[in-house]
Write a protein that binds this ligand. Sequence first.
Ligand code: HEM
Length: 435
Amino acid sequence: MNSNQYWTAPVVPPPTDGCDPLAFLGAAVSEFPDAFSFQSRVSRCIFINHPDLVKSAILNKDIVRTELLKTVTGETILTSEGSFWAGQRKAALPIFAAKKASEYVSVFHRQCAAQLERWAEVIEPLNFEQELDHLTLAIVSESLFSQVVDKKFCNYFRVLLDRIAKVQNASLFNHRFSILPSDNRKLTEAQNYINETADNIASASQVHDTENLIQILQEKGVDRDDGYSLKNYLRNEIITMLIAGHETTSVSLSWLLREIASRPEIEANVVREVDSVLSGQACRAEHLHQLEYLSAVLDETLRLYPPIWLVPRTAACDVVLHGIQVQKGETVVVCPFFLHRRSDYWKRPEEFNPTRFLVKKETLPMYSYLPFFASRHICIGKHFAYAEILTVAATIYQSHRIELVDDDSPKTPVGAGSLRIRGGMQTRILKRDDR
Ligand code: HEM
């Protein structure tokens, strides 16, 4: 295998209404592991799954973001390309630098400790995915905007994210897009509340003492001639940061905590490390780099269950990727979920084995591990996410343990927008000593 290799993208039958996207792609990958194509409702889709192909696509400036998310959030750092995107990225970078992420650790710890106390008092099983959604939204809103969004906002956010997932499944996997008038009313209600909250965050942030993302963005934004007002610009960026910065970490935490809770040996190693590193103190930034084993468990979780399991792109003009012709407007699909499970790059890929990440990350094959994507659009919140997830997991395991109420057998993922646990996750949070 070398970068001069040429590929074709054999055509597979198109997905049908109601298909499970992971099952559809999985069946095609087992026949054509490197590349294949299929017809979706919007365009021909070229699925690429070899690291060399993925690298060429990611580095190609003519393979750009699709319009999908833009229809919901407008033009923001997460949906744009070119000079607008570059300006947004440059403005936001200082807020997300590795050093800055460590400043947020006290927020991560305080928010988690408060929830933990509440969780431990609940006798009924907890819908833990929902609890983690609330926790991670509170964390990202307080860290970036010094304000905590309420539960109503979290519930309305779910409505918005479910609609995004539906649109994705309709456009890529040919699901019928049937929306009842009551669904639309609910979405409008949700959007109104989300917009109102984002506007309140924007006004309050402008008078805040400490420099925050809104103040930085405000300096860059102006009322544009095309009617895109400064108010809309700030609102869209706030909503985008809350979308990008909460569901991904929530989903990662669900899978991570489920893996730890269902594997006594891994749980014992995590507890031993947390006790030794924290020595009974509240988790602080300087502890995080010492949590080597927990970090490896997180890396392995992100390998098997990358929250952004599929990244669609559009060809802005005709391009050729190692022999594969992609025409303007066609969709190129990169899928970290399948890339991370290639048996020629990962020994026993289906096995959950954190020790594979106890090696130096640079020794991992390039473009075979992409939970945060790569190149120009590599996740700007990567350091934030690592710090947040490690702090939350360490804070929980310092004093508590998680009991899985449903069962502890391996669960299959469902590719519904982000990579959720099929059937969800019911838990009880117990004091560590209550065995
Ligand atoms: C485990 C957690 C996370 C994962 C797996 C993840 C994954 C990703 C991926 C795959 C992308 C590329 C998307 C694309 O180009 O279409 C991305 C971009 C982005 N992420 Fe994350 N993310 C995580 C956490 C966060 C957090 C905590 C924040 C903010 C607080 C954040 C903010 C962003 C933003 C703003 C972008 C767009 C970057 C750009 O294009 O310049 N992410 N993320």
